[in-house]
Design a protein around this ligand. Structure first.
Ligand code: NAD
Length: 313
């Protein structure tokens, strides 16, 4: 199936993620069936979507006269059977509890046609180990970020049996929704961003529990350093500006043998100073690379200061 032909999807779970994911599909003109366990949750989900759309409208991201049509494309359901019947794409966003996920996919497997793509929004579970479906080539992970109606990234990851056609189809569908998918070679629990975020969280709780800094001090320290650099150089390219030779020495001091960095250092690929490191700068001089970096950092800093981003929300 062509992603442009997708007309009906089901989103199971109308909580923090599900309500907003349903909104994204509806904004792209797709009919969404939104499933949860009781009327109160569904009512709240629709209310939150209305609120989200009003905010987007105030910011010029959605036109006021589009809102009734978007809301009209979202139908709440208590029963999975009628909701999942005949859909092209089913997205699970229920609680992060293996047994709940297992039951939801088992029912989807009974209800959906064999052509329906089955996707999980799990953050940390190995969905391919937990869930057993008749056609595992149609099962994959699509991991969204809160709030899905604003954050562009969706991580797309295939399990051991997912077909490459389904991965391509899903990435294209995410693009149709206006999202920016990053497709992993293979699924690993926590995918890319949560693997990194989990390590940050462990460090944060360590600092807090030891009383080394307050929540406000930690956030300000991070915003005033990584917060300025991250949007420009991410978490990998940044080492090209540290210098790979220094990073190698630091890792050695930690007792870690990093073969990726060692090989680069041995070849003289030290980062911006040698026009090649984790990235290839195509022969540009260090001065040119640093000028571009600094220009972007200053623009980012100005933007963050102008939007009072260094203060708490
Ligand atoms: N919250 C986040 O920032 C975030 C980000 C990315 C991924 N995720 C993942 O998305 C999933 C959902 O997270 P959330 O934060 O939206 O959770 P949530 O608790 O806000 O929402 C989950 C919803 O699923 C419903 N539910 C539970 N069992 C159900 C069933 N059998 N049928 C239908 N609905 C059912 C619950 O009633 C609840 O409304 C989890 O796997 C989580 O790891 C969460």
């Amino acid at each position: 199936m062509n992603p442009q032909d997708v007309q009906h999807v089901v989103v199971i779970g109308a909580g923090v993620m599900g309500h907003s994911i349903a909104q994204v599909f509806a904004q792209a003109g797709i009919e969404v069936r939104l499933v949860d366990l009781n009327e109160k949750i569904l009512h709240r989900a629709i209310h939150l979507i209305g609120n989200n759309l009003n905010t987007l409208c105030e910011l010029g991201r959605v036109q006021n006269d589009e809102i009734p049509g978007i809301l009209g494309r979202i139908r709440p359901f208590l029963d999975l059977a009628p909701a999942a019947s005949g859909v092209d794409f089913a997205l699970e966003a229920v609680a992060e509890v293996p047994d709940i996920k297992r039951k939801v996919f088992s029912r989807l497997d009974e209800i959906c046609s064999e052509n329906t793509v089955l996707a999980s929004n799990t953050s940390t579970l190995d969905i391919f180990d937990i869930v057993h479906v008749k056609r595992p080539e149609r099962l994959l992970a699509t991991h969204w970020f809160a709030p899905p109606h604003i954050i562009p990234l969706v991580e797309v990851a295939p399990g051991p049996h997912t077909s490459s056609e389904i991965v391509t189809f899903t990435a294209e569908l995410m693009r149709r929704l206006g999202k920016k998918p990053v497709v992993m070679k293979q699924f690993v629990p926590s995918l890319i961003v949560n693997r990194i975020q989990n390590n940050i969280s462990l460090a944060v709780w360590d600092i807090l529990q030891n009383g080394w800094a307050t929540p406000e001090e930690i956030d300000l320290a991070v915003k005033l350093s990584l917060g300025v650099r991250l949007p420009i150089v991410g978490v990998v390219q940044t080492v090209d500006f540290t210098g790979l030779d220094l990073v190698y020495d630091i890792m050695q001091n930690f007792g870690i043998e990093n073969t990726i960095i060692r090989e680069k250092v041995e070849r003289g690929h030290l980062g911006a100073k040698s026009s090649r490191g984790m990235y290839d700068y195509g022969g540009r001089s260090e001065e040119e690379i640093l000028k571009k970096r600094d220009t972007l950092y200053i623009k980012m800093l100005d933007h963050l200061e102008n939007t009072t981003a260094f203060q708490p929300v």
